[in-house]
Write a protein that binds this ligand. Structure first.
Ligand code: AQP
Length: 336
C-alpha cells in the first residue's frame, strides 16, 4: 500500500523553540514511519521579515541540524532547504497571480507581523510578507500531499492553499491534490513565558520569554523559574484565568504524555515552585540527548549530504509538477 504524504517546514527566523518542537517536530518524528514526509527549512519565508544575513545563516544551520538531532531521518523522509528547490519560488509566483488581494488581506499572520515591523520604526513592510501565503501554497501543493501537520496557529494558511488549489483545478484541469490540515494530536499552542496570552515565537525579542532547543540546562531552569504565573498558588488547568500555570502544565503534559486530570492529581497540594521544578526537569531530560546529537552533527559532511540528497529527490518531483502547471496554464509554447 502506498503511504499517505505530508509536507511541513519551519522558518529559520530564530533558533527552534520548545513551541516549534512540541507543536510540530515531535510529531514529524513519529509520523515518518507511517507517512511519506517532505520536510523543508523555509529560508525563503524567513526573508519576508527583515533579516541580518549572518544571523540568518546561523539560524538556518541550527534549524537544519536540529531537524536531524530531534530524530528526523534522511532515509525515511525527504528533508531539504527550500531555496535548493527553486520550483517552490516559481510555483509561488504562479500562485501569486491566482490569489486575490482580498483573501491575502484577511490573513491574521500578516496583520500581526506587519504590525511588528511597523512598531520597530526601522523598516518598511516587505511586499513578500503580504504574499507569504502564496509561497506557502506552492510549498504545500507541490508534492500532492494528503496532509499538512501544523500547529493550530497555521490553520488559516492551509485554508488559503486549499482555496487556491480548488480554484486552479476548476480553471486549468486536475493539477493539485487538495490537502487537509492535520492539527497535531496535542493541539496545543505553547505560550510565551513572560506573556502567556501570546504564543512562544522564535523571533521574540525577549530571550526570557522563550525556551530554545539549544538553551543550556541552567538557562532552562532559570527561565522556567522566572515564568509569569499568578498570585493564587493553586495548580489548576484553566487557560482563561490562569494562562501562565496552564502553559507550564501543558508543557509537562506533552512531555510526559499525561492528561489534564493526571497532571492536576500529580500537583495536588503542591505549590508553584514544585510545578516549575518538575517542568524544568522534564524539559532538561528531553533536551539533553537532542543537544548531544546536535553537537555531533553540526558541521558534519554527513548532514550536508542528507540535505543534498533530499533536495535532489524533491527537485525531480517539483520539476514535473511545475511543467504540468505551466502546460495547463498555456505557459509552454511547445506543448499543449
Ligand atoms: N508556540 C507554538 N506552539 C505550538 N506550535 C507552534 N508553532 C510555532 N510556534 C508554536 C508551529 O511550528 C511550525 C513552524 O512554524 P514557522 O517557523 O514556519 O512559523 P511560525 O508559526 O511563525 O513560528 P514562530 O516560532 O512563531 O516563528 P516567528 O517568530 O518567525 O513567527 C508551525 O506549524 C507552527 O504552527
Amino acid at each position: 500500500m502506498t503511504k499517505k504524504k505530508m509536507v511541513s517546514g519551519i522558518t529559520p527566523s530564530g533558533t527552534m523553540t520548545l513551541g516549534n518542537y512540541l507543536g510540530v517536530v515531535k510529531q514529524w518524528v513519529e509520523f515518518q514511519n507511517e507517512y511519506d514526509m517532505y520536510i523543508f527549512i523555509a529560508n525563503l519565508h524567513a526573508i519576508t521579515m527583515p533579516q541580518d544575513k549572518e544571523k540568518l545563516r546561523k539560524n538556518l544551520k541550527e534549524v537544519s541540524t536540529l531537524y536531524f538531532a530531534c530524530g528526523m531521518d534522511a532515509n525515511k523522509s525527504t528533508i531539504f532547504l527550500q531555496s535548493d528547490v527553486m520550483e517552490h519560488a516559481q510555483l509561488g509566483w504562479i500562485m501569486n497571480t491566482q490569489s486575490t488581494m482580498g483573501e491575502l488581506s484577511r490573513m491574521t499572520q500578516f496583520k500581526d507581523k506587519s504590525a511588528k515591523v511597523e512598531s520597530s520604526g526601522k523598516e518598511s513592510i516587505p511586499a513578500g510578507l503580504f504574499t507569504y501565503p502564496t509561497l506557502m501554497a506552492a510549498d504545500i501543493l507541490m508534492y500532492d500531499v494528503d496532509f499538512v501537520p501544523v500547529g493550530v496557529d497555521q490553520k488559516q494558511h492551509i485554508e488559503i492553499a486549499r482555496d487556491i488549489a480548488i480554484r486552479m483545478n476548476n480553471k486549468f484541469g486536475d493539477l493539485f491534490t487538495i490537502p487537509e490540515a492535520l492539527i497535531t494530536k496535542n493541539n496545543i499552542k505553547i505560550m510565551d513565558l513572560q506573556d502567556p496570552t501570546k504564543k512562544m515565537s522564535k523571533s521574540s525579542t525577549n530571550p526570557k520569554a522563550i525556551i530554545t532547543m539549544l538553551d543550556k540546562p541552567e538557562e532552562i531552569r532559570s527561565k522556567i523559574k522566572a515564568a509569569v504565573t499568578d498570585s493564587e498558588n493553586l495548580i489548576k488547568y484553566d487557560f482563561e484565568n490562569k494562562p501562565g500555570v496552564t502553559n507550564l502544565m501543558n508543557i509537562y503534559m506533552i512531555l510526559k504524555g499525561i492528561t489534564k486530570e493526571q497532571a492536576e492529581a500529580h500537583w495536588n497540594n503542591k505549590n508553584y515552585k514544585d510545578l516549575k521544578d518538575d517542568v524544568a526537569e522534564a524539559i532538561v531530560e528531553m533536551i539533553t540527548p537532542i543537544q548531544n546529537r546536535y553537537n555531533e552533527l553540526y558541521n558534519s559532511k554527513e548532514m550536508e549530504q542528507w540535505l543534498e540528497d533530499g533536495a535532489n529527490k524533491a527537485r525531480k518531483i517539483a520539476y514535473k509538477k511545475l511543467q504540468k502547471v505551466q502546460n495547463n496554464m498555456g505557459l509552454n509554447y511547445k506543448r499543449k
